[in-house]
Design a protein. Structure first.
Length: 187
């Protein structure tokens, strides 16, 4: 883990000096996690791809302002992604958590029968609706924690909050989701 962080910072250092091949390696390393973070916050795969490209363009243009002392490179990228999403929704004035076909494809089992697939789709639809009803901060914590698999420390840096605040947001979000599932006897 420590070796990987050092490799990342070495690439960042080279990229800050204008070495495009170093930034290209950073791009390929972080593309999937940034795309996934954006994908679960916008309506279509195409929009997620466009916004991901904008994030990396902004990162390239602002790379000289990145400071290792105050941020990890991934936290810095996620902040750019978060701001890009905020800008996107300011333009469109609506927030939709959509990805049901991709989620469904991830959980499909070749042995599943159509009834089982329909039940899973119904569960996904309910989960999406339940997540959409959370506060914006709770939604963000759930996406970063359980979809992007980030640590509370990383999430705290991205959201500009303490780790305790992140744990509290996560707790309240999961409690809310659990209550919604209990009401429908899904737990």
């Amino acid at each position: 883990m420590k070796e990987e962080k050092e490799k990342i910072f070495e690439l960042v250092f080279k990229a800050k000096k204008g070495e495009e091949s170093a930034f290209e390696k950073l791009y390929y390393h972080y593309f999937v996690p940034i795309f996934r973070y954006i994908f679960f916050r916008v309506e279509t795969k195409e929009e997620a791809e466009d916004l991901t490209q904008k994030v990396f363009l902004k990162a390239w243009e602002g790379l000289r302002s990145f400071e290792r002392k105050t941020n990890s490179f991934s936290s810095w990228l996620y902040k750019i992604a978060k701001n890009t999403i905020v800008d996107y929704y300011k333009e469109r004035k609506n927030f939709v958590l959509k990805a049901e076909t991709e989620i469904l494809n991830k959980i499909k089992d070749k042995k599943s029968d159509p009834l089982e697939i329909a039940k899973k789709k119904e569960m996904i639809d309910f989960l999406k609706k339940a997540i959409e009803e959370l506060t914006p901060d709770q939604k963000e914590v759930i996406v970063l924690k359980f979809i992007n698999d980030l640590s509370n420390k990383e999430i705290a840096k991205i959201m500009g909050k303490t780790e305790e605040a992140i744990r509290a947001l996560q707790y309240r979000a999961l409690l809310s989701l659990r209550e919604k599932f209990k009401k429908l006897n899904l737990l």
